[in-house]
Design a protein around this ligand. Sequence first.
Ligand SMILES: Cc1cc2nc3c(=O)[nH]c(=O)nc-3n(C[C@H](O)[C@H](O)[C@H](O)COP(=O)(O)O)c2cc1C
Length: 392
Amino acid sequence: MAALDNCYNIFDLRAAAKRRLPKGVFEFVDRATEDHLALAANRSAFEDVKLRHRSLVDVSGRSTKTMLFGKPAALPMVIAPTGAAGLCWYRGELALAKAAAAAGIPLTLSTASMTAMETIADQAGGRLWFQLYVWKRRDLSYQIIERAKNAGYEALIVTVDSAVAPNREYNSRNGFALPFNTSPRFLLDVALHPAWTLGVMGRYLTTIGMPKHENYPTQFQGTITSGSAGRTDEMRLDSLNWDDIAVFRDKWPGILMLKGVNRTDDALKALTYGVDGIIVSNHGGRNMDSAAATLDVLPEIAGAVGDKCTVILDSGIRRGSDVVKAMALGAKAVLTGRATLYGTAVGGQDGASKAISIIKTEMDKTMAYTGCNTVDEISTDIFFQDWRSNQH
Ligand SMILES: Cc1cc2nc3c(=O)[nH]c(=O)nc-3n(C[C@H](O)[C@H](O)[C@H](O)COP(=O)(O)O)c2cc1C
């Protein structure tokens, strides 16, 4: 695919996605919230860490392979839950899931995704994790958990950093909303992007009809052009609390993780609730704009938790060297949100595969330069500066 051939890194995929998607959809994927402070902080935290190469080490046998929850993964990377892949590409979640399976890494399906978890499990193969947004009526959440259990998902990830809806002012300005509104601005935006309009919306219309949130409880499954397709009041999370985690632990026999942990006291408390993993995340800077960069809070949390549970990091991964830096500071793996979504928007499964392979290749090169043959050899020893200088 020509558009993909000209993409050599994740930033090229972003630029190609920007050309293909209507502005409203692209900004929903790409931007964050308010003044974009957290988005920038996430990136600069990675960029500020400098490495020193190690010479004369035989790294000809190196490998990015790792073990995640006792099972192999081709690299320490997992696809993050995003509710938007189905807007970027026709059946985009399936495309992403197939790319993840082919690459040998797990995929996390979002509650807000547009393809039913059962369809993904039937058609994608590979390791599948499910992300839960909690519903005000808890029985609705329990039904979703039951579905994920029956569909054979390996892990349940409860997102805990979204107490309220964020201020995404640009969505108001560019006319994007879920369900889509028919403002002249948004309709013009759609008309100016025929590849997306025909290839994504047109294909939905001529096959399965307008997508809907197939993992929502049945009564809330409006399509993206009608009904309650967005996050409704029913899905507000401001009452979510530790008692809920105790119930989820009880109901979910598999791997349980909390996504959006930013504090050491929260991480340590999570251990007492029997969670198997915590994801140090600020939602890619999409929620609280003054959030600290995840790479900056990671070492303290990982140090306190030790081997008692698996620590994963997300928010800001754009390069394979970012994965290495996160591993050095205590993460066992990273999640990628936008990086793999940009790829999906440009080329569906092929585009998602390209994004994964770009990050894998860059990670491999960073390991080679720094003299690491295995991911277990990655440590702060490869850093130039004392990373503690970043700590407050
Ligand atoms: C378009 C979009 C939709 C997202 N939807 C969800 C979601 O439904 N549930 C969730 O827990 N996180 C969601 N996230 C956050 C991601 O899971 C992840 O934390 C974040 O994208 C990581 O940052 P990165 O994009 O810089 O990799 C979304 C992110 C994006 C970009």
